[in-house]
Design a protein around this ligand. Structure first.
Ligand SMILES: *Cc1c(COP(=O)(O)O)cnc(C)c1O
Length: 206
């Protein structure tokens, strides 16, 4: 069942070389994704809007990461000029960004294209940033929207993102807590620890 679920989402999010699992919640998906970011960029700094879900800053606390909270516009999405300013202040450190695809209270979607443009403008190479999309609410819906010339809310791994997490018991209405997270397979490399009695690797938080 789990493998089928992952195959479904890998097609929805357009990623062939994927690694993921069915989590216990959107929270666990965020914790796992930010852990992957952390393991790939041990000195990376986490940037997230102040309207991000509390589990994002909880991850920073667990992993003792420096986290920078960025203010939001009236409709709840991250203010790009502030994000740019804060990143440029810490130019020597890798960049880890939590991009909200639907905030908890307002359902705001951060401007992912705008975030990627900032990284380009600041000349941050692909090998120095990690973008996690907290799509607890909308990441399973955006791929089904008809985009127009004015509004493009597409979300998939053809963009320079690294992980997506969703919650299964909110809009999907699953009767027990669950979620799905997915990342690029090669990013899991630092987390795979062989466990002899399992005859497998330990790779997830739980
Ligand atoms: C609810 C929510 C989460 C956490 O989801 P749970 O499945 O309840 O742990 C994460 N991010 C956002 C934006 C949420 O609204």
């Amino acid at each position: 069942f789990e493998l089928d679920i992952l195959k479904f989402f890998s097609k929805l999010w357009k990623l062939d070389d994927y690694w993921g699992y069915v989590t216990n919640s959107g929270t666990e998906g965020n914790l796992q994704s930010i852990l992957i970011a952390r393991e790939n960029f041990p000195d990376g700094i986490l940037y997230a809007s102040e309207e991000s879900h509390y589990s994002v800053f909880k991850a920073a606390k667990f992993y003792r990461m420096e986290a920078v909270s960025i203010s939001t516009s009236w409709e709840g999405s991250i203010k790009l000029d502030y994000l740019k300013q804060e990143i440029s202040k810490r130019n020597d450190k890798p960049v880890i960004i939590n991009v909200n695809i639907g905030t908890t209270v307002k359902g705001a979607v951060d401007d992912l294209e705008g975030v990627l443009n900032i990284l380009k403008e600041l000349n941050i190479p692909r090998s120095r940033f990690f973008i996690h999309c907290d799509g607890a609410l909308f990441a399973m819906m955006l791929p089904f929207l008809d985009n127009t010339d004015d509004i493009n809310l597409s979300l998939d791994f053809t963009l320079d993102i690294d992980s997506i997490a969703i919650s299964g018991h909110k809009f999907l209405g699953c009767p027990m807590p669950c979620g799905v997270m997915m990342t690029r397979k090669q990013l899991m490399q630092p987390l795979l620890k062989p466990i002899e009695y399992l005859n497998s690797v330990d790779s997830t938080i739980t």
